[in-house]
Design a protein around this ligand. Structure first.
Ligand code: AMP
Length: 373
């Protein structure tokens, strides 16, 4: 047993050995004019290159496995990995890609027979799938107990960045949390509150806080069950910065209106307003460490994208160490072409939140306790 996360260099000699790499190639697809499935964003595949290149350069025989979508244990033709296999062949020849792990119910059930079958031809295992390392699935937690195992470059970097955020961040440390899933994210806010200097809350979540403070929120998102938890956070020692204005819509008339702290009846707040964006940007500008998860509004709709754009730009402009995690905030950063100005763009939304909340993930713990000769 070892407390350290084993790295690629810790694996026994690789030449001529077969290595199974668990990657997260769960990429988005579009269907083109000829009805063919095409990958619309290859980011996650390219991110695996440093690990795959290391293994190939050390003359290992490399096979990659991944899940794709939610086929729920049966073969779904639209979720086969053929287009990923084609792309992978273009960018790194000589690597084999297995079929979608989740076509077999044994993957998500962590079935021991499935695990034995999966590992039958392999000498070593590498986990480079940070985005699923919080899932107790066979290909994530099983192999380290059976064969020498290591973290891939991507996983190792994610763990390094996130653990540094939790252990010794440069201050002030500002976390910005947005999005819509109040219940999920409240657990994260609670975990973050004692670690950060300022917590900026935006997006749909902010209205439950506003309601807890007695403001009118019209038809904006509300999670009644979380009102007490919001009050407790507001009463705590961490500085919490909330929006002071919103861009709201009346769904019946389609009228979009700029409103203040209170959202009038019949309207729903779908973005933070310009005053809030300016306040948030100022707080972010003064930060030495920034963690951003979740959009400030319904940014998929251009009418409600300005708040998310302003925060993305403020994070990109910040001189401190900046980390963006979570599918939607990463998508927003990519859409705005700002990814090169962010220090770390996390590949795993749910996984990074769970890491922040619990300080560990089951897939990472499995590697730390991995089999040793
Ligand atoms: P999450 O998965 O919790 O990060 O939520 C992301 C989703 O939250 C995005 O699809 C946004 O459209 C949505 N969202 C952000 N702000 C709001 C809002 N004020 N009202 C409703 N949905 C929102």
């Amino acid at each position: 047993m070892t407390e350290r996360l084993p790295q690629l260099e810790d694996l026994p000699p690789l030449a001529g050995r077969s290595v199974l790499v668990r990657a997260d190639f769960n990429v988005p697809f579009i269907t083109d004019a000829e009805g063919r499935r095409r990958i619309s964003d290859e980011f996650r595949i390219r991110e695996a290159l440093p690990t795959l290149t290391y293994l190939i350069n050390h003359r290992a025989r490399v096979t990659v496995c991944t899940h794709l979508g939610r086929p729920e244990g049966r073969y779904v033709p639209e979720l086969n990995v053929a287009p990923i296999r084609e792309y992978l062949k273009e960018i790194i020849p000589g690597v084999t890609l297995m079929e979608n792990l989740r076509f077999d119910p044994g993957e998500e059930a962590n079935d021991p027979e499935f695990l034995d079958h999966l590992l039958r031809h392999f000498d070593y295992y590498v986990n480079d799938a940070f985005g699923v390392s919080h899932r107790p699935h066979a290909s994530v937690i099983g192999p380290p107990s059976k064969v020498p195992s290591a973290a891939g470059r991507l996983l190792a970097r994610e763990v390094e960045v996130l653990s540094n955020l939790l252990d010794g961040p440069a201050r002030p440390f500002v976390a910005i949390v947005g999005g819509a899933k109040v219940t999920d994210k409240l657990a994260v806010l609670k975990a973050l509150a004692p670690k950060v200097d300022t917590l900026i809350v935006g997006g749909g979540m902010a209205y439950t806080f506003h309601r807890a403070m007695g403001h009118e929120i019209g038809n904006s998102l509300l999670d009644e069950k979380q009102l007490d938890a919001c009050r407790a956070l507001l009463a705590g020692p961490t500085r919490i910065v909330l929006p002071v204005d919103s861009i709201a819509i009346n769904f019946a008339t389609e009228e979009v209106r700029s409103v203040g702290l209170d959202v009038p009846e019949g309207f729903a707040g779908l973005d933070i307003g310009p005053k809030s964006a300016a306040i948030f940007a100022e707080v972010i500008a003064g930060a030495k460490t920034v963690l951003w998860n979740g959009p400030m509004g319904v940014f998929e709709d251009e009418r409600f994208a300005a708040g998310t754009r302003a925060v993305a730009e403020a994070v990109a402009d910040c001189d401190g160490f900046t980390v963006v995690g979570g599918g939607d905030s990463v998508a927003a950063v990519n859409l705005m072409g700002l990814e090169s100005r962010i220090d770390h763009v996390s590949t795993g939304g749910g996984a990074s939140l769970e890491y922040i909340e619990q300080g560990d993930l089951c897939g990472i713990a499995a590697l730390r306790n991995s089999y040793e000769d």
